[in-house]
Design a protein around this ligand. Structure first.
Ligand SMILES: [Zn+2]
Ligand SMILES: [Zn+2]
Length: 253
């Protein structure tokens, strides 16, 4: 599992926004492809090798690099005949089509020439080759979905963007790697509707879910990895990793 982008919505200097590559050697799956993440991703996987892209929600810091990926698949040196499956959240298809409708077309269909676009049903598991993905609604400002990747008893659960939420905790139950957002600064309180977590909130969810390893990610430039680690360590007794772009974890037990 490789972090291709660890920033919250404003990219930290030299860092990209949300993206995670889970590569079992057969079907590399990209969870989110945020601002700047495609450039990072290229260090770890050739784009013509990707098995699927799955988008958690339609905030730009989670999907906007589908655009450069599209250029690569259309004009890049490695092109495959097969269209790349892109699984969007419900409503994502219309939004993506509206966005690219403003682009001058270069012949063909901007998206459908290279992508096999679909929307997943978050209430059902999604099978991709030997991998099963499960989803859970999160507490966010727009519909957003946490994703659990699972293969041969090994799992990675990605929180997407969320305030502390039991549905996410349930999805992450005893997962091997819990990628959890830590957008809020220590002590920062969201006014009104909540949609994000702090490192302490992430640690609370990790503890409640009994996860093996907690990876703190989606954090802003004001946060230092020491502060994030300390805030989480007071609550979660398992292994804690503060993500950076290109952080790679071996999923083998
Ligand atoms: Zn975000
Ligand atoms: Zn968001």
């Amino acid at each position: 599992m490789t972090v291709a982008g660890s920033s919250s919505s404003i990219p930290r200097p030299d860092r990209a926004c949300s993206s995670y590559l889970v590569d079992d050697g057969e079907t590399p799956i990209v969870l989110d492809l945020g601002t700047g993440a495609f450039a990072n991703l290229r260090r770890h996987a050739d784009y013509d090798r990707l098995g699927a892209v799955v988008i958690s929600h339609m905030h730009a810091d989670h999907f906007i690099d589908l655009i450069p990926l599209r250029y690569a698949l259309r004009y890049g040196a490695h092109r495959s005949e097969k269209k790349l499956p892109v699984h969007l959240p419900p409503g994502g298809l219309a939004m993506l089509r509206t966005l690219v409708s403003a682009f001058p077309h270069e012949g063909g269909d901007f998206l459908d020439d290279v992508f096999a676009l679909s929307e997943y049903d978050p209430s059902r598991p999604l099978a991709i080759e030997g991998v099963t993905l499960r989803f859970a609604h999160t507490a966010h400002y727009i519909p957003a979905f946490a994703v659990r990747w699972e293969r041969d008893g090994i799992s990675v659960t990605y929180s997407a963007d969320t305030a502390p939420d039991e549905r996410v905790t349930t999805l992450a139950r005893e997962t091997d790697v819990f990628l959890c957002e830590a957008t809020l600064r220590h002590g920062e309180v969201e006014q009104g509707l909540r949609g994000h977590s702090s490192a302490a909130d992430a640690a609370g969810m990790a503890r409640d879910a009994g996860v093996r390893r907690l990876v703190l990610t989606h954090y802003p430039e004001e946060a230092t990895s020491r502060d994030l680690d300390q805030a989480a360590r007071a609550i979660f007794a398992g292994e804690i990793i503060v993500a950076d772009d290109h952080t790679t974890l071996d999923l083998a037990r």
